[in-house]
Design a binder for this molecule. Structure first.
Ligand code: ATP
Length: 373
């Protein structure tokens, strides 16, 4: 008798502060992106059960009806029941798979304290979702892996934080890690502050969403900020007009270059951290001299906030000025950089050695948390 069974592809889930990206490892990109939002109805509904929660993009459609919770804040899981609600939604509603039949790769939130959260993740995935095996991965390492490297500096600028870390032969160099609270959400809020003088609509949740969309479409990084303005002023094409979802239109001028400029010139905001180029330099200089050349030559951009037009060119021109003379500098920019940690996780899941990198449910319950490396 012959028996044929389709091979089960692992599920890869990348938990971010802006959104959770998920999909089967045999796909090239995540098939699902769910906003990091859980909504509980404000109105008392006699038919409501405890499980009556709304998740992700659904919450935004009628945000005013919900008490909104963000289970991940600043790269840390802060609300465990809501984290479960999002994960449940991803398995059942979005991916439509049985969690008990799928090995799972979890790319953990970027600031999660190590041991504590890994134990929580094991208890959640084995206990609540009955997954057969689990691999917990660091987003910086998988982002580097996604561009075919195991040594380099990851510059991961997402929604709540920017994290810069050096990785050598697949291992994080802990003393090189730098995390600053300046990323996509701060840039959106900066835009909101500038524009809300004109219209209080921008301060509402819907208004902020509209500004975020406009920011993503319109903003760009000048290679030389001051020069760019002189050129544009001469061409008199500094003004751009955008249609917002509510039908209104908005005109923006220098804000479209000034907004992402904050990353390279944070004194424009409140100087809350050093400029990105100096943070990259500090990260590399915190590492042993022997590995620095490999790091200057493998600076990898990751995260949605690095998707501004001109971002790679600007990092290159700033880093060229800072690197020791004669050092070769290279900036590696993949395509959809917000998906880079997920993609690296999916590549790992396809390796023949993948099953050895997983913790099985049975081993976890036999050995307890000591099995987590
Ligand atoms: N094309 C774009 N241009 C500029 N910014 C963008 C673009 N696309 C997405 N972003 C911004 O990137 C941020 C989301 O990035 P990403 O998905 O990498 O974050 P995350 O991994 O969920 O969050 P974190 O890493 O902070 O936990 C948002 O603030 C969004 O506005």
């Amino acid at each position: 008798m012959s028996c044929f069974e389709e091979e089960v592809s692992p599920v890869v889930i990348d938990y971010g502060t802006y959104s959770i990206k998920a999909g089967l490892a045999n796909q090239t990109e995540p098939s699902v992106e769910v906003r990091n939002l859980v909504g509980k109805s404000k109105r008392i509904n006699i038919f409501a059960t405890e499980g009556d929660v709304y998740v992700g993009n659904e919450v935004l459609k009628c945000a005013s009806r919900f008490k909104i919770i963000q289970p991940i804040q600043n790269g840390i899981i802060v609300n465990e029941p809501s984290f479960d609600a999002i994960t449940d939604h991803i398995f059942w509603k979005e991916l439509n798979v049985y969690s008990s039949a799928q090995p799972v790769v979890v790319i953990k939130p970027s600031q999660s304290p190590l041991e504590e959260k890994e134990e929580f993740l094991c208890n959640t995935f084995f206990g609540n979702f009955d997954v057969p095996s689990l691999s917990i991965r660091d987003s910086a390492i998988t982002a580097l892996f996604s561009v075919g490297r195991t040594t380099g500096v990851i510059v991961d600028s997402g929604h709540a934080i920017t994290k810069i870390v050096a990785i050598y032969e697949g291992k994080v160099i802990p003393e090189s890690t730098i995390i600053v609270p300046l990323a996509g959400d701060h840039l959106t809020e900066h835009m909101v502050r500038i524009l809300s003088g004109e219209d209080s609509y921008y301060e509402t949740r819907a208004g902020k969403e509209a500004i975020r969309t406009m920011k993503e479409k319109a903003c760009f990084l000048a290679e030389d900020y001051d020069q760019e303005f002189q050129n544009r002023l001469k061409e008199k094409n500094l003004m751009e007009t955008f249609e917002l979802p509510d039908g209104q239109s908005i005109s923006v001028t220098e804000e479209i270059a000034q907004c992402p400029e904050l990353l390279f010139n944070p004194s424009l905001l409140d100087g809350r951290c050093k400029a990105l180029q100096y943070l990259i330099e500090d990260c590399i200089m915190a590492c042993n001299e022997e590995v620095r050349d490999a790091l200057w030559y493998n600076i990898v951009l990751s995260g949605g906030n690095s998707m501004f037009e001109g971002f790679g060119e600007r990092v290159y021109s700033e880093i060229k000025k800072l690197a020791p003379e004669g050092t070769k500098v290279r900036i590696i920019c993949g395509g959809r950089r917000e998906y880079q940690p997920w993609k690296g996780g999916s590549i790992l899941a396809k390796l023949s050695s993948f099953s050895q990198a997983c913790i099985t449910k049975q081993a976890y319950y036999e050995s307890g948390s000591s099995i987590i490396d």
